[in-house]
Design a protein around this ligand. Structure first.
Ligand code: AMP
Ligand code: MG
Length: 330
């Protein structure tokens, strides 16, 4: 996704890190302060408009620290994370875990229920056998897939938010919150900006974007969705104010064997990477909702995906199929 309305009146580099752009918003002169870091296995960019440069820098730093904190809690690569602890132990016994993780798991199960199981965080063992965790991808044989599918299914998760515990009813079960955690983190980073008094800003965690308030000149944020087949072209632009947008695609995280592309989004019923769609973009009220629903619709495919979208309030959807069809809802 690209941001089309970045103002270019004056660009300055500060401390090697922050980009400051002076712009006119309404009557007062404001600065656009922007920083990019690598977080949650992706590029994270946070920008905000403010007449108080130091406050903007502090707000952005605090928002990145919050993202880093969330990364440490949810990372499947960090053995000390809450998610790794759950994956190690919850198949053997009831495990206590922090409320933040358990609540996100509960909300993930909500998306499983509304999608008839298309969204399922227990795809983790499938992600492993397809090599998306080790990053040495290979095609597992059907027997291995069938065997792994025995551990998959969100019904295997027994959650108790009252006593803050979780247990898997199947020993081999594991969870992967990769389809929702970046959206959640983008919302929390936005909350941190707001708590610092920032009214206008943009949080972008690897394509999971929250557009806070307005962009330059008091206009909505204009987020263009690139055509992955032709990066110079836009599929569509979204005008967003206090809204989020997320894209799930098979063109950034995938592998190819024998000319065939295997996406990192797995169908929890067949155990195979999803096919048929190149990208799904969803605009919604929160980045978490946009993130989860873009993954959901990627798995469901265009027909079932649009049917589900029709039952959800205030969302916009854009689908690009492998056949080149562009489907927009509404
Ligand atoms: P996204 O890029 O938000 O669509 O999320 C893709 C990520 O979600 C993958 O890299 C996995 O970590 C995870 N994932 C893969 N398949 C599913 C699925 N069917 N349901 C939920 N999460 C999934
Ligand atoms: Mg997602």
């Amino acid at each position: 996704m690209i941001l089309k309305s970045t103002p270019q009146l004056f660009l300055k580099r500060c401390g090697g890190l922050y980009f400051l752009v002076f712009v006119l918003t309404g009557c007062s002169q404001e600065l656009l302060v922007k920083e990019t870091r690598v977080l949650m296995d992706t590029y994270a960019e946070i920008s905000c408009y403010s007449s108080d440069r130091n406050n903007a820098i502090n707000a952005i730093d605090a928002a990145f620290k919050e993202t880093k904190r969330i990364e440490k809690v949810f990372s499947k690569f960090d053995e000390d994370s809450e998610v790794s602890k759950i994956n190690r132990l919850a198949g053997l016994e009831k495990v206590n875990a922090n409320e933040e993780v358990l609540s996100l798991i509960e909300r993930s199960i909500y998306y499983s229920k509304i999608s008839d199981g298309a969204f399922d965080i227990t795809v983790a063992p499938l992600m492993e056998i397809w090599g998306f965790v080790r990053k040495h991808q290979s095609i597992p044989d059907r027997g291995a897939i069938e065997n792994t599918l025995k551990s998959v299914g969100y019904h295997n998760i027994e959650l108790n938010l009252g006593e803050l515990s979780i247990r898997f009813l199947n020993r081999g079960a594991k969870i992967d919150l990769g389809g929702i955690a970046k959206g959640y983190a983008a919302d929390r980073a936005k909350d941190i900006l707001v708590s610092h008094g920032i009214k206008n800003g943009l949080v972008n965690l690897g394509g999971n974007i929250y557009a806070l308030g307005k962009a330059s000149g008091g206009r909505s944020w204009n987020i263009g969705v690139q055509d992955p087949r032709n990066k110079g072209k836009l599929l569509k632009s979204f005008e967003l104010t206090n809204k989020a947008i997320s894209t799930s695609g098979n063109y950034e995280r995938f592998f190819e064997i024998g000319g065939k592309r295997y996406s990192h989004i797995i169908n929890p019923v067949s155990g195979e990477p999803c096919q048929g769609i190149i990208s799904v973009t969803v605009a919604a009220d929160s980045a978490e909702e946009a993130d989860a629903l873009s993954t959901v619709i990627f798995v469901l495919g265009e027909e079932k995906g649009i049917n589900l979208a029709k039952s959800i309030k205030d969302i916009e959807v854009l689908i690009l199929t492998e056949e080149g069809e562009i489907i927009a809802y509404p």
